[in-house]
Design a protein around this ligand. Structure first.
Ligand SMILES: Cc1cc2nc3c(=O)[nH]c(=O)nc-3n(C[C@H](O)[C@H](O)[C@H](O)COP(=O)(O)OP(=O)(O)OC[C@H]3O[C@@H](n4cnc5c(N)ncnc54)[C@H](O)[C@@H]3O)c2cc1C
Length: 399
């Protein structure tokens, strides 16, 4: 079987689907085909995350993350309102639990102000009033942080795209690609597709897909599993806000946080442990190919060398539930071991450069007829619409 299109999109996560919808909205006559290897959209990172609409507190001023996240809060809320997807602007408290964290908290406050994000300093008494069950000596309140369901947003976007004439082929794993001067050709296990332009948004496989197009991505995806627990036995009013620790600035992840869920209750998590399979959601999931590619990559060892302490502590919290609990109890001491109930994990695609640098910002790689999304970690859920607009602008420059 062979099919032609104007634009091919590889990957039906939130970035691929938001991009398809954006391109179609700009040019309704364009024939756009999305190829997704799973049977449904949002099967990987998009369907396994914290569901937080990040306000944009943490990101380096001037970075794409800072800009797209700030815009993304508004675009995500507007999309949810227009299409009846649940969201709630619950607000977030970043809490310092001892004096050693105060300087970090202050730096975050300054960064939020540089990023033009609403932020309020809260003292110990203020924290008690806002959150009687939280132990903290000071906090930052981010009133514009919210929660939603990114899987649902992607499903709604996919339905809109298809109802307006777009095509999504599920169960189509892209295996090889050719990029010529006038077209791209993509081959899956049982079909071939040709188009003038292509966008790849392959998440945990982004480096492999870029390489299949004949380009050296300049990084490798190292998968980090984020393990969560759902809280049992706690009252519905345990906390009103999302509760986050002060993050360690040397780590790209935000720390184990307490998150309200839209359907009621709370989760704690995620930690960040090396996964032995790119889409390995359980500790026992192992892919020899993925392991060889991780362990055979010098960038992995260089990154590990610089972050050995953090890696050991994450592994410890994964292996020993009590160690995980102690991270939560720092700010909410009433949570006990019996309260931590199983909850599905997520796996993050973290791009690591050959020298071990953790690539922090979003990364887009342009070739003759393609735009490749290289790195789209958190807050790419929040930022999906600004990212889609950016991709559409970049693609317009190619055509
Ligand atoms: C644990 C965790 C917590 C997070 N929390 C948040 C949060 O609270 N807020 C936030 O904004 N962001 C959060 N994120 C980040 C967010 O989920 C991701 O940035 C976002 O989902 C990335 O979307 P994507 O479309 O790039 O990737 P994905 O959702 O992974 O989609 C990529 C798609 O490509 C497909 N694919 C791959 N290879 C091929 C191939 N060869 N052929 C065809 N299809 C292919 C995959 O099957 C997949 O469906 C979190 C992520 C994780 C893992």
């Amino acid at each position: 079987m062979s099919e032609t299109a104007d634009i091919l999109i590889v990957g039906g996560g939130i970035i691929g689907v938001a991009t398809a919808l954006e391109l179609q909205t700009r040019n309704p006559a364009t024939r756009i085909v999305v190829l997704e290897k799973e049977a449904v959209p949002a099967a990987h990172q998009t369907g396994h995350n914290s569901g937080v609409i990040h306000a944009g507190v943490y990101y380096a001023p001037g970075s794409m993350k800072a800009r797209f996240c700030r815009e993304g809060v508004q675009t995500t809320e507007a999309f949810c309102k227009e299409h009846d997807v649940a969201f709630d602007r619950v607000g977030k408290l970043i809490v310092a639990t001892d004096e050693s964290e105060l300087a970090g908290l202050q730096r975050l406050g300054e960064r939020a102000r540089e990023n033009q994000i609403a932020i309020e300093a809260v003292d110990q008494v203020g924290v008690r009033q806002l959150e009687p069950h939280v132990n903290a000596i000071a906090a930052l309140l981010s009133p514009t942080t919210g929660i939603t369901n990114y899987r649902r947003i992607t499903e709604v976007m996919a339905d809109l795209f298809v109802s307006r004439g777009g095509v999504i082929h599920y169960g189509q794993r892209v295996l090889s690609c050719e990029e010529g001067p006038s077209h791209v050709r993509v081959v899956t296990q049982d079909a071939a597709y040709e188009a003038s332009l292509a966008v790849t948004c392959a998440g945990l496989h982004s480096d492999r897909v870029i390489r299949a197009f004949g380009h050296e991505p300049g990084y490798r995806v190292i998968p980090f599993r984020g393990e969560y627990y759902r809280l049992a036995n706690q009252p519905e009013n345990l906390v009103q806000h999302l509760i986050y620790p002060v993050p360690n600035p040397s780590r790209p992840f935000l720390g184990v946080h307490l998150t309200r869920k839209l359907d009621g209750g709370f989760t704690v998590g995620p930690n960040a442990v090396l996964a032995f399979k790119r889409e390995g959601y359980r500790r026992t999931d192992i892919s020899p190919r993925d392991m060889v590619q991780t362990l055979g990559y010098r960038g992995f060892w260089a990154m590990l060398g610089r972050n050995a302490g953090a890696a050991a502590s994450e592994l410890w919290s994964s292996t020993l539930k009590r160690a995980y609990l102690s991270r939560v109890q720092r700010y909410c001491s009433r949570i006990t071991l019996a309260d931590l109930q199983p909850y599905p994990s997520g796996v993050r695609a973290q791009a690591i450069a050959p020298d071990g640098t953790i690539i922090d910002d979003f990364l887009f790689i342009r070739s003759e007829r393609c735009l490749h999304v290289g790195n789209a970690p958190s807050p790419a859920g929040t930022s999906c619409i600004p990212i889609a607009r950016h991709i559409a602008d970049e693609l317009a420059a190619l055509s």
